[in-house]
Design a binder for this molecule. Structure first.
Ligand code: HEM
Length: 133
């Protein structure tokens, strides 16, 4: 990251940096693991969510304007390709979004920032759709 970029206020910094991103990701997967509304997308994931937590944390760090941890470790995210093994339609997209919106509210992210992030997450989640319906 260049010096100029470091002096800009990123969403990553506004949120509270690494600890805040970890908190959000952990809560997101805790909800997915326990709330019956997310059982459908939970079932697409491995039995243990430790790897999923770590990968989403690494990815969101860079996606939110912080350190590009995912790229440093795994290379280009190729997110759509990496989701192709999982059947993702409108229901899965909407469940993922509902889970993330609930997680953002529960960890008390600023409401205006929640709205902004929800729009950005939606763009990515919608792009993951790979089946009709
Ligand atoms: C649209 C609904 C979505 C569903 C159903 C879904 C489901 C999944 C599943 C089942 C995995 C594999 C988990 C694992 O390997 O441990 C995964 C991986 C991942 N997902 Fe999603 N996902 C969705 C949307 C998103 C969105 C919107 C993002 C980012 C904002 C995202 C980021 C990631 C990342 C970074 C990985 C790890 C990729 C890898 O290194 O293999 N996903 N997702």
């Amino acid at each position: 990251m260049n010096t100029e970029k470091q002096t800009q206020e990123t969403i990553y910094a506004t949120l509270g940096g690494a600890d805040a991103v970890r908190r959000l990701v952990d809560h997101f997967y805790d909800l997915m693991d326990t709330d019956a509304r997310y059982a459908g997308i939970r079932a697409l994931h491995p039995q243990t969510l430790a790897g999923s937590r770590e990968k989403l944390y690494l990815f969101l760090s860079g996606w939110l304007g912080g350190p590009q941890l995912y790229i440093a470790k795994h290379g280009h995210p190729r997110l759509r390709a990496r989701h192709l093994p999982f059947a993702i339609g409108v229901a899965e997209r909407d469940a993922w979004m509902a889970c993330m919106k609930q997680a953002m509210a529960d960890v008390s992210i600023d409401p205006a920032l929640q709205t902004h992030l929800a729009e950005a997450f939606f763009g990515t989640a919608d792009f993951m759709r790979n089946k009709l319906g």
